[in-house]
Design a protein around this ligand. Structure first.
Ligand code: C2O
Ligand code: CU
Length: 499
């Protein structure tokens, strides 16, 4: 059921949560998820086997690391309900999510990454307008870090906001195994809130009996359809995350979608709120959360919410699923923080370089996305050779950008630093895709030539044509790919060059 093909196919999601305002319709998240975990069909279909014991390589590195370490290693955590065994994950510093990295805007991050995994890895700092050499893309900006080896990441964070870091080698597997964490850059002046919570949303594909991660990371079905979608949904690694709040308390919620492919459709209940930032970057005006909030893989949203539910009630961050609201995070209310609510929040202070100038003389390019199940792709170039769709299926490659599968020798666009780029993207497939640009943020150019919010990941539904524009102000080789990680692994990857 959760792998239903084309769930979002060819339409914008406008599902409204069917919320019983009495609150009685709420089932704790684990109820539904546990129920799902007993669904064996998908596992049987795949013939999911037991997980082979993960060999931890002996460490070759003797020298002491230059900076504070960030160590990727296997660990065991209680992910599923306590009646299940612990789950073997891969985590930064053995934690899942990895340690929260938090610093002031303009500060410098220095971390010695150490790889204690049985395969090569790297760290990507998603959404940071970073120095290219620190971007963490094997083969483009650095070599993959072999087991037992390390890499020193050292960069400045120019923008305040909600970002995250994750593995960027064999990402379909490594992110699904838990290699990610939040990277929070604080505004010089904190907004007027009582407290904040970082909420990392993920879905896990677990064996319903052993609670171990399904080790088939190259499933043909996942690659050709909506990507690897989990059967067990968690926030910060907890299926039952519950945070005590007070009535009239004002919270900042930093939402991060770390899932391989799941689009989270969210709503709030017992709270009133505003979206104040998307993909780290502040909106010029806070936007009331009236309907649903759609967060694609890789995307973030910062909300400011006021708890309106009364003491003794429970507010919720709600996940909309099959037209039904399910609690993603519960906020039991006890007591009152203040006699009355505050007024509407102010916008967050803007980050530098958020304007897009030079639109009239922008360098334009087009990206046609094709492929996947129920798509229009008949043939495409793979490793320099023209292949029929049937041959592509055999190679387990499904998606093309402008007729080519995967990375090309030449970039999609190459411009001198400072040029403005306008990119028209046509999603000629039956599935949504979350297109993520490394190193720079962009704005969507809407039909009436207005500019949308400043983002790093664009969620596109089947059949849509959308245009983005950005100033190529960060020199280097920048990846541009679908953040549905099985799609990236089966073709949806290209790059741009700023010289
Ligand atoms: Cu968040 Cu290329 O990735
Ligand atoms: Cu995709």
């Amino acid at each position: 059921m959760y792998r239903k093909a084309g769930l979002w196919r060819g339409r914008r999601v406008s599902a409204k949560p069917s919320i019983d305002t009495g609150g009685a319709a709420y089932r704790p998240a684990h109820f539904k998820d546990t129920e799902k975990m007993t669904t064996r069909r998908e596992f049987l279909e795949q013939g999911a086997a037991t997980i082979a014991a993960l060999a931890v390589p002996a460490l070759a590195r003797a020298a002491t690391p230059r900076f504070a370490e960030l160590k990727a290693r296997p660990a065991r955590v209680q992910l599923a309900p306590p009646t299940y065994p612990k789950t073997e994950i891969w985590g930064y510093d053995g934690a899942m999510p990895g340690p929260e990295l938090r610093m002031a805007q303009g500060a410098r991050i220095q971390r010695s990454f150490l790889n204690e995994l049985p395969q090569a890895s790297s760290v990507h700092w998603h959404g940071i307008r970073i120095d290219n050499a620190m971007d963490g893309v094997p083969g483009l900006t650095q070599p993959a870090v072999e087991p037992g080896q390390g890499f020193d990441y050292d960069f400045v964070v120019p923008d305040a906001g909600t970002y995250w870091y994750h593995a960027h080698n064999r990402s379909t597997e490594q992110v699904a195994r838990g290699l990610y964490g939040a990277l929070i850059v604080e505004e010089p002046e904190a907004p007027d809130i009582d407290r904040e919570e970082v909420l990392i949303l993920d879905d896990w594909l677990l064996d319903p009996e052993t609670a171990q991660i399904d080790p088939d990371f190259t499933s043909r079905h996942d690659r050709s359809h909506a990507g690897r979608r989990g059967n067990f949904i968690a926030t910060n690694g907890r299926f039952d995350l519950s945070l005590d709040v007070k009535q009239n308390e004002r919270l900042r919620l930093r939402l991060i979608n770390a899932a391989n492919a799941r689009i989270f459709v969210l709503s709030i209940f017992g709270m009133e709120g505003w979206t104040v930032a998307l993909d780290g970057m502040p909106l010029s005006e806070p936007k009331p959360v009236s309907e649903v909030l759609i967060i694609g893989p890789g995307q973030r949203a910062d909300l400011i919410v006021d708890v309106t539910a009364a003491s003794g009630e429970t507010a919720h961050l709600v996940r909309v699923e099959d037209q039904e609201g399910v609690s993603q995070v519960a906020f039991p209310v006890s007591g009152r923080a203040a006699a009355a609510r505050r007024g509407s929040p102010h916008p967050l202070p803007p980050n530098p370089r958020m304007d897009i100038s030079g639109m009239e003389k922008a360098v334009t390019a087009r990206l046609n996305m094709q492929g996947g199940a129920m798509g229009t792709l008949d043939a495409a170039t793979l490793d320099g050779e023209r292949k029929s769709f049937r041959q592509l299926v055999e190679a387990n490659q499904f998606w093309s950008f402008n007729g080519t599968i995967g990375m090309t020798d030449t970039p999609l666009v190459s411009v001198p630093v400072g040029e403005t780029i306008k990119l028209e993207i046509y999603n000629d497939t039956s599935f949504p895709h979350a297109m993520h640009l490394h190193g720079m943020h962009f704005r969507e150019v809407t039909k009436d030539a207005a500019l949308g919010p400043f983002r790093d990941t664009l969620l596109m539904f089947g059949g849509e044509t959308r245009t983005i524009a950005f100033v190529a102000d960060n020199p280097g080789k920048w990846l541009f790919h679908c953040h549905m990680l099985s799609h990236a692994a089966s073709g949806m990857m290209t790059w741009l060059e700023v010289t």
